[in-house]
Design a protein around this ligand. Structure first.
Ligand SMILES: C[S@@+](CC[C@H](N)C(=O)[O-])C[C@H]1O[C@@H](n2cnc3c(N)ncnc32)[C@H](O)[C@@H]1O
Length: 271
């Protein structure tokens, strides 16, 4: 079982054990796990490429080079019809689209968790006037696939992919971001956000969008941080959505606007 399937199975089985969902919902989760496991087994036995490489091949075969919309459609189709991908997906993607469309010209976006580049392509296609996305990905294999997909979509001029752990790379960044899209390891959301504040990489008015904070995932530490942080307050809103490519299952995104550090924050040394 590879990492994606394991993560999916773990997330879903944890939920099965700890929640009191009605039985049909649990059966539908189990069915999704078994469907994915059998697809993975078939792909391994058939010596097919890993799912991310297979997704890139599918994009090259079914999308139009230089046409970002067709690349997104091909990735969505692959994830629905062939193998699960941890992409943002189209439904939650539209929530992100609306936020990116409001950003200023030359917007700067930071993404944590590039995976195959789906959300990077999605945001880059809406950037106007030289906006830039810095996207951090820990897995070099994912980063290579994402680079190839961004290139095929014709958005690679706007997407700079950095390979490494977010906690190691965030402190190396210099200029502040208008929007941060968090879609990596949920356990690191709160600490990474704190580091962004601390390094001056967000400004009052910067938006933080966190994916996968719904009931299938445990993002309670992060949600507590953005909802109750009194010295670095956020205006924060939960948007109820559906899990990507599994519409029967609820998920959520938290959209937070940083209001700026309070001047009586002891961390500033003036409280
Ligand atoms: C859910 S996927 C990202 C999906 C992508 N944003 C999209 O919608 O197309 C999560 C990715 O985050 C990466 N990741 C996990 N922890 C990370 C970390 N601490 N730093 C950087 N990348 C990380 C994983 O390797 C994986 O590729």
């Amino acid at each position: 079982m590879n990492k994606t399937t394991t993560a999916l199975a773990l997330n879903i089985s944890t939920t099965l054990v700890t929640s009191f969902r009605p039985i049909p919902k649990r059966l539908s989760l189990l069915a999704a796990i078994f469907r994915e496991l059998s697809r993975s087994a078939r792909a391994t036995l058939g010596r097919q490429p890993r799912r991310e490489r297979a997704a890139l091949n599918f994009v090259r075969a079914h999308a139009v080079e230089g046409n970002a919309e067709s690349v997104l459609c091909a990735l969505d189709r692959f994830a629905r019809e062939q193998r699960f991908l941890m992409n943002l997906g189209n439904t939650k993607g539209r929530v992100l689209d609306a936020l990116v469309a409001q950003l200023p010209v030359k917007a700067r976006i930071l993404e944590l968790g590039t995976y195959c580049g789906y959300s990077a392509v999605r945001m880059a296609r809406l950037l106007r006037g030289g906006g830039q996305i810095v996207s951090i990905e820990a897995n070099p294999r994912h980063a290579r696939i994402a680079q190839a997909i961004c290139q095929f979509a014709g958005v690679d001029d706007h997407v700079h992919i950095m390979v490494g752990e977010s906690s190691a790379l965030i402190p190396t960044l210099t200029d502040p971001f208008d929007l941060v899209f968090m879609d990596h390891n949920k356990d690191e959301y709160a600490l990474d956000l704190w580091c962004l504040e601390d390094k001056g990489l967000i400004e009052p008015g910067s938006k933080i969008v966190a994916d996968n904070v719904g009931p299938l995932f445990d993002a309670s530490a992060y949600l507590k941080y953005v909802r109750t942080n009194s010295y670095n307050p956020y205006r924060s809103q939960y948007v109820e959505c559906r899990l990507e490519y599994h519409a029967a299952h609820p998920d959520g995104m938290e959209i937070s606007v940083w209001l700026g550090a309070r001047q009586d924050d002891p961390a500033l040394g003036v409280g």
